[in-house]
Design a protein around this ligand. Sequence first.
Ligand code: C2E
Ligand code: MG
Ligand code: MG
Length: 450
Amino acid sequence: MREISHAQFEHGTARGGRGPIDPGSLTASSRDAISQLSQTGWRFLILAEIANFGVLRRHLGRPRVDSLIVDVAARISEALPDARVVIAGRDVAEVAFECEARLALDVSIAALEVAFERAFDIDGESHTIQIRLGGAAAAGHRDEVHLIEEAEFALSEARTERSPIARDATGNTAAIDRAELAEDLTKAIEREELFLQYQPKVHLRRQEITSVEALVRWNHPTRGLVLPGDFIPLAEESRDIVALTLWTIRQSIKDQKTLADHGHDLRIFINIAGVLLADTCFVRRACALVEASGARLGFEITETSVIRDPDSAIANLKVFAEIGIVIAIDDYGAGLSSLAYLKQLPARELKIDKLFVTQLTSSNRDPLIVRSTIDLAHALEMEVVAEGVETQAAMALLSVMGCDMIQGFLISRPINLDALIHFMEDGKYQAMAADLRAPFSRLATVWKRG
Ligand code: C2E
Ligand code: MG
Ligand code: MG
């Protein structure tokens, strides 16, 4: 770590407008807010990362790119002369400062954005250094670790959002919140707080439900219902995903038997996180459970998870397919796709991501994408499932395009096992799938626009 500048902010106002905040530029209400904060004072940390480090390394070579962070730190010091700038890695600098106004964080981030619009002269050539910024603000009394965690979290959000992020480390921070949730999750399985809901897939030509997807939910003792988008990524990070998925497989086996006992021998599809496809221990345990039960199961995997480690993922998927587990490719079109891998996968179903399906009848391009995906899947001898079907019009259009199955709120939201059994016996979905004629007149115009 190398310290570039030790200059501190003066408390009160920044000097001559060169510091992070120019009080002259503030509105009356901002000035009021700032004067209210003047008793507490704020500390700030901005992490500045070179976003185009890889590209610059190719242009400049390794020795020069490794010292580029010194140029970056110098430019930061020039833009924020009162901040302490520390080189924290080959491509990251830490920028720390204090001020009595919370607004200083946003103003400083904006100042850095402007400063990096100007190209750098590197060995006689002009290069733009793209800078990624994640910043955190903490009221004086909050400890240093919170501030760093929150700035790191802001930087990781800035990577996905592709824009600078400023976070507040004053309340119950997102980083602490995530840490607490991850800790609770480890106990959730033993405490039986997880449960499964099922969402049916309707086969359009056969007008029957052929399978269901199992979706995990968490009944948290204090937070209430937590959806998988909030805890599956945590489980992947902490490796709880192994125990969680084995629990899901066991529960699905039990529920599949209950369904079969009621005369509905439906295949249950389970979502399998990408990290598990390279985990031979998980693969062995999952196979042992499925083989011993004889249950009809399917696994939904994403293409992105295969691309990470294609050799072992493809080998393990073949092991699953050999013992009768149907493989479906989930969220097709939403992540990384590779035709080279697609044709090697032992998959029988391809699920078009809901991103393309929910916009189907209002967008010009999506119908073309969906249509060509259906043709591609059929050429590879896969059946196509459209997920996220919310309207009759979308269902009818998909039927015309030759889509085999649909899944979505139009048919049913994800529901508990009891409700699923009731739903199967009710038979209303058959009437719905049969009623494909009504929207056809509207469809003709939609299709022409597409
Ligand atoms: P997914 O596998 O693509 O599941 C479909 C998601 O779309 C579900 O969200 C479902 O409730 C939602 N959905 C279904 N129909 C519609 C519709 O018509 N419109 C819209 N807008 N949404 C619809 P959910 O249950 O929140 O699950 C989100 C994701 O969490 C799943 O996406 C899956 O990737 C993951 N997930 C769920 N359960 C598990 C699990 O047991 N293990 C793993 N590894 N991941 C899981
Ligand atoms: Mg799925
Ligand atoms: Mg999906």
